[in-house]
Design a protein around this ligand. Structure first.
Ligand SMILES: *Cc1c(COP(=O)(O)O)cnc(C)c1O
Length: 227
């Protein structure tokens, strides 16, 4: 196994490749490459891998678990003030306060109980990370995210009832089939609510997501290697 501390070259090369490919997808879609933010998903990778990516000018990272984020990221902030951490994994209500403390953006707001917990945590912490509502865009029973039939009302409740800083939407489309109709439905839902951020697209489908308006793509494997 390669050691990112002793040899950061593979991560830098992978990042360069992914950035080129994002720029190409933007060109094909007639979009400005600066309108797409790359989130480097570092989950399960050591802090040395994050340092290698930082050295290659990557500043935005994604983690699934609050505890792993706490172990890897706060100690990096002093030396890397531009660092931005997105939490992208399922979030338990009893972790809301830790999440609010560690994250710059929480992408997995997907149920009323969590909305209430995050509102309370933000009030207590005096800190307001941006939020994305996670939509179960394929309405898959095993998957996290608010069901599509409830999404519009839930987004309104987060904004109006809880006063939460909802900036946009996030989804993980079904593995099978063409993701593009799902990405397009996400874009339309965001537009209905005047939301600007669309976090969609992973290592396997980010070009399609960019074609349908993704503002953030979450890429792990193509940067850090197979987990
Ligand atoms: C792990 C993960 C990713 C990155 O997936 P890759 O296929 O490794 O690019 C993106 N989004 C979420 C929510 C994830 O859990």
């Amino acid at each position: 196994m390669s050691d990112p501390l002793n040899d950061p070259a593979p991560i830098a090369a992978n990042l360069a490749r992914v950035r080129d490919s994002i720029a190409e997808a933007c060109l094909r879609a007639n979009r400005d490459p600066a309108s797409v933010t790359l989130i480097a998903v570092s989950k399960t990778n050591p802090q040395a891998a994050v340092l290698a990516a930082l050295a290659a000018t990557q500043t935005v990272f994604g983690e699934n678990r609050v505890q792993e984020a706490q172990q890897k990221f706060p100690s990096l902030r002093a030396d890397h003030p531009a660092l931005r951490l997105h939490l992208i994994g399922a979030l338990q209500t009893n972790k809301a306060r830790d999440a609010v403390r560690v994250a710059d953006v929480i992408e997995s707001l997907d149920r009323p109980k969590l909305a209430a917990a995050l509102a309370e945590a933000m009030a207590k912490e005096g800190r307001r990370p941006g939020l994305l509502v996670q939509v179960n865009i394929g309405d898959e029973p095993q998957k996290a995210g608010i069901p599509t039939a409830e999404a519009d009302a839930f987004i309104r409740a987060c904004l109006d009832d809880h006063g939460l800083p909802v900036e946009g939407l996030m989804c993980i489309p079904p593995v099978e089939g063409d993701p593009r109709p799902h990405f397009a439905a996400m874009r339309e839902m965001a537009a209905r609510h005047g939301l600007k951020t669309l976090s969609m697209g992973m290592s396997g489908d980010y070009q399609a997501a960019i074609a349908e308006g993704a503002t953030h793509v979450r890429i792990g494997t193509a940067i850090f290697g197979a987990r």
